[in-house]
Design a protein. Structure first.
Length: 374
C-alpha cells in the first residue's frame, strides 16, 4: 500500500526525550516499511526514518519554544500540503487529532485518524461534526460512545521490546520511579506522598510545560530535597529506561482518564511492576496482582508499595515483561493497523484497492525539496 503517516510537529520522530505519539508513529512507520509498504512520513525535518520524509518544518517546534497560535500555522500548512497530494496515496493515517478532520472530509483518499489525546470541548465539537470519519482508539476506555463516533477498531500502542533491557532484580537500596509530565492530572504530588509514607526514595523525571509551571512550583518543587525526592528533569530515552528498569515499582497515580499510558508498558517491559490508579486505560494495561496493582486511593498505593517491597516474589518481574510481549508488541500493533487499512479500503464505495508500482522518484529517508523555516 501507499501510506501517508501524519504526525504532530511538536517533536521529532522518534523523539529524543518526551513524545509518546511520535514514538508510536516511528515504530509503526518503520515496521510498515519493513513489510514492503511505500510509506511517506509527514513530520519535522530533523526526524529520522527509513520512509520517505516530507518535512512540515525544519526542526521540532516544542524545543524551540513555538507555542499556539504559531504552532497552528505550521500545522495548517502541513495539512494543506498533504491533502493537496492525497491522490498519491491509498490511505492517509493522521495522528494530529481534530485538526485534520476538515481536510479529511473533502479527501477522495480514505483517511484514518488515531486519537492519542483526551477530548477537549473543542475536539468534541469537531469530531461530532465529522463523526463519519474513520477513528481508531488506543484503548477501549478512550472511546467516546456518547459522541456516536465511527470507531473502526481499538489498536493498543506498542513498544519495541528489544530496546528495553530486562532487570530481573530492582536496584538496592530500593527506590520508586515516577515518569511523566509534571501536571496535576499525572499525579507527581501524589507520587511524592506515596513515597514519603512508604519510606522509599522517589526518583522523578518529566517535562514541565509552560501551562503546568505554576502547579509544579507550588505543589512539587517545594518537596524536592534531592534525597527522599529527586527530580531529574526531562531525561533521554536511555536514561528513562534505566530509571524505571532499576526501580522497585513505577508509580502512576493519575486522576484523569489516561488514553493509554505508555510509561506503564515501558516499565513492565523492563520487569518493573506498576502501581496505578484504575482510571482510563490502566485496567487494560496492568494485570492487578500479577504485573502490578490497581489502587483506587493513595492509601491503597502505599499498601501496594509495602507488598512489593517486603513480600518476596509478590510480583514476578518476568511476568511483567511477558505480558508486554504478548499484548503490546510492535507486530501486534502493526497487524492491527494493517487490518484497519484493509477494512477502510474495502469499505470504500466504488473504489477497490489495487497494489501500485513503486514511484521512480521515491527515495526512502530523503526529504522532499521543500524548505520550511522558522
Amino acid at each position: 500500500m501507499r501510506i501517508a503517516q501524519v504526525t504532530p510537529l511538536w517533536e521529532q520522530v522518534p523523539p529524543l526525550a518526551y513524545g509518546g505519539t511520535e514514538m508510536i508513529v516511528s515504530l509503526l512507520t518503520e515496521e510498515l516499511v519493513r513489510r514492503g509498504h511505500q510509506v511517506t512520513l509527514f513530520a519535522t525535518g530533523d526526524s529520522e526514518t527509513s520512509a520517505r520524509l516530507v518535512p512540515g518544518c525544519d526542526r521540532a517546534l516544542r524545543p524551540l519554544g513555538v507555542m499556539p497560535p504559531a504552532y497552528e500555522r505550521y500545522e495548517q500548512q502541513q495539512l494543506a500540503k498533504i491533502f493537496a497530494v492525497a491522490d498519491e496515496f491509498d490511505i492517509i493515517h493522521c495522528h494530529v487529532g481534530a485538526a485534520a478532520l476538515p481536510y479529511a472530509q473533502r479527501s477522495q483518499t480514505p483517511v484514518v485518524h488515531t486519537s492519542h489525546l483526551p477530548f477537549t470541548p473543542r475536539c468534541e465539537r469537531l469530531f461530532s461534526q465529522h463523526r463519519q470519519q474513520n477513528l481508531v482508539s488506543i484503548s477501549n476506555a478512550h472511546q467516546r460512545h456518547d459522541l456516536d463516533l465511527n470507531y473502526v477498531a481499538t489498536v493498543y500502542n506498542a513498544i519495541a521490546l528489544e530496546q528495553f533491557e530486562f532487570y530481573p532484580q530492582p536496584e538496592q537500596p530500593p527506590y520508586l520511579a515516577f515518569l511523566g509530565r509534571m501536571s496535576e492530572a499525572k499525579g507527581p504530588h501524589r507520587a511524592i506522598e506515596i513515597a514519603r509514607r512508604s519510606g522509599l526514595p522517589l526518583k522523578m523525571a518529566g517535562k514541565v510545560s509552560f501551562e503546568e509551571k505554576e502547579f509544579f512550583e507550588a505543589q512539587v518543587a517545594p518537596q524536592i530535597d534531592g534525597e527522599q525526592v529527586q527530580f531529574l528533569g526531562e531525561v533521554s530515552q536511555s536514561l528513562k529506561k534505566e530509571l524505571v528498569g532499576r526501580a522497585t515499582a513505577t508509580l502512576f497515580p493519575i486522576s484523569w482518564p489516561e488514553p493509554f499510558g505508555l510509561v506503564m508498558a515501558e516499565s513492565m517491559a523492563s520487569g518493573t511492576p506498576v502501581i496505578a490508579m484504575p482510571m482510563g486505560a490502566a485496567p487494560e494495561i496492568v494485570v492487578d496482582g500479577k504485573t502490578g496493582f490497581l489502587c483506587p486511593s493513595v492509601d491503597d498505593c502505599v499498601a501496594a508499595v509495602t507488598r512489593i517491597h517486603r513480600i518476596e516474589r509478590c510480583i514476578e518481574r518476568q511476568d511483567c515483561r511477558d505480558h508486554v510481549a504478548l499484548n503490546f508488541s510492535v507486530e501486534r500493533m502493526v497487524n492491527g493497523y494493517e487490518a484497519v487499512y484493509r477494512q477502510v479500503l474495502g469499505d470504500r464505495p466504488g473504489r477497490s484497492y489495487r497494489p501500485q508500482p513503486a514511484r521512480v522518484d521515491w527515495h526512502p529517508g530523503r526529504p522532499e525539496p521543500i524548505k520550511a523555516t522558522l
